[in-house]
Design a protein around this ligand. Structure first.
Ligand code: CP
Length: 333
C-alpha cells in the first residue's frame, strides 16, 4: 500500500504482515538502544488539525525510533490562522521534503483528499490517516489488533488467534471511527462481534456497512447483557460529546447505569475477559474508575504501548516501500 487511509481494504495477509513487523519492533523497543536506522533521511510531517495525545505522540516517537526526522504542526500556532488552506499547508511540508504525512482532521475524507492530490502531483508522498471525523482510525484498529493477538501469543501474534473469539464493542458506535476500523479488522480476523449501545448511538443500519461474507458474525444489541455474555474481550468507546447534537447526548449517569462496564457486569463474561478502551476515557462513564486502573483486567496501557510498535511497523513498511520505488529519496552518499 502507498497510503493508509482505511482498514476497509486490508486483507488478512496484510494484517498479519503488520502484526509480525510490529512484534519485531516491540522487541527493538525493549532493547537497550530502542532505535534502528531504517528511515534515516526521511521526513515525517505530523499534521494534526484535531487534538490528540496518544496518536500524535506515538507517531512522533515511532518516527524518531526509526531515525526519521519529524515535523510537528499545531493548527492554532500555524498559518492556518492566517487563512492558508489545508492543501497549501500539505504542499508547504512537501516543499520541505516531507515523505510521509500523518493527518488527523475532524472531517471525514480529508486524508484521502490530500492523498489524491499528492498522487495527482506524482509526489511519491504517503498519507497516513490518524483519524478522520466519523470515518476511520486505521492505526488504532491495528494497534488494538496487535494488543489482542500479542496477549494471546506474544511469540507469534496473528489474526487466526481471534477466530471465533467473542468481542463486545460497547458505546458511542455511531460517532466512532475507532469502531469502524475495529469492525473491519476483527471481522476479517474471524472474530464474532457484538455491538451494544442505546439505539441513538447504534442504528440498525450499521450492519449494512460490513462485507456480506462477514454479516453472520456481526450482532447488534440495544441492551448490554447479551453482548457481554461469555465475551472474551470488551472494547469500550468514549462518548464523543463534541460530535453529538444535544438531543443525542444521554445523561452520563443514566448511560453508566445502562451501558457502563463494571466488575459486576464482567461476571457475565468469560472468566479471562479483558477490557479495552482507545482513550481518552470519560472516567466513571464508559467504565468504572477502579476497573480502568486494574491492570489484571484492563488492557488500556498495553494499547498505548502497542501503539508505538505498530506505528513503527506502518512507517517502516510504507517508508521502505518508498525507498524501493522512489530512488530520488535514496541517500546520495
Ligand atoms: N485513541 C486516540 O486516538 O487517542 P488520541 O485522540 O489521544 O490520539
Amino acid at each position: 500500500k502507498k497510503h493508509i487511509i482505511s482498514l476497509e481494504d486490508f486483507s488478512k495477509e496484510e494484517y498479519d504482515t503488520v502484526l509480525n513487523t510490529a512484534a519485531s519492533f516491540r522487541d527493538v523497543l525493549k532493547s537497550r538502544t530502542k532505535k534502528v536506522p531504517a528511515l534515516q533521511g526521511q521526513v515525517v510531517a505530523n499534521m494534526f488539525f484535531e487534538p490528540s495525545t496518544r496518536t500524535r505522540s506515538s507517531f512522533e516517537l515511532a518516527a524518531k525510533r526509526l531515525s526519521a526526522d519529524i515535523l510537528n504542526f499545531a493548527p492554532s500556532s500555524s498559518s492556518l490562522t492566517k487563512g492558508e488552506t489545508i492543501l497549501d499547508t500539505a504542499k508547504t511540508y512537501l516543499a520541505m521534503g516531507a515523505n510521509i504525512m500523518v493527518i488527523r482532521h475532524s472531517h471525514s475524507g480529508v486524508p484521502l483528499n490530500i492523498a489524491q492530490e499528492m498522487d495527482r502531483l506524482k509526489t511519491g508522498v504517503s498519507i497516513f490517516n490518524a483519524g478522520d471525523g466519523l470515518h476511520q482510525h486505521p492505526s488504532q484498529g491495528l494497534l488494538d489488533l496487535f494488543t489482542l493477538t500479542n496477549l494471546l501469543d506474544p511469540k507469534n501474534p496473528r489474526t487466526d488467534l481471534l477466530k471465533r473469539k467473542k468481542i463486545a464493542i460497547v458505546g458511542d458506535i455511531i460517532h466512532s471511527r475507532v469502531a469502524r476500523s475495529n469492525i473491519n479488522s476483527l471481522l476479517t480476523a474471524g472474530a464474532h462481534l457484538h455491538l451494544a449501545a442505546p439505539p441513538t448511538l447504534l442504528p440498525n443500519l450499521f450492519a449494512d456497512t460490513v462485507k456480506s461474507e462477514h454479516k453472520d458474525r456481526l450482532f447488534i444489541h440495544w441492551h448490554l447483557e447479551p453482548a457481554l455474555e461469555n465475551a472474551d474481550f470488551v472494547m469500550t468507546l468514549r462518548l464523543q460529546k463534541e460530535r453529538m447534537a444535544d438531543y443525542l447526548l444521554p445523561s452520563l449517569r443514566e448511560y453508566h447505569q445502562l451501558f457502563g462496564i463494571t466488575r459486576d457486569r464482567l461476571l457475565l463474561c468469560n472468566p479471562d475477559v479483558k477490557v479495552l478502551h482507545p482513550g481518552p476515557v470519560n472516567r466513571g462513564v464508559e467504565l468504572s474508575s477502579d476497573l480502568m486502573d486494574d491492570e489484571r483486567l484492563s488492557l488500556i496501557s498495553d494499547q498505548v504501548t502497542s501503539g508505538v510498535a505498530v506505528r513503527m511497523a506502518l512507517l517502516y513498511l510504507i517508508g521502505n516501500l518508498k525507498q524501493e520505488t522512489n530512488p530520488q529519496i535514496l541517500p546520495t552518499v
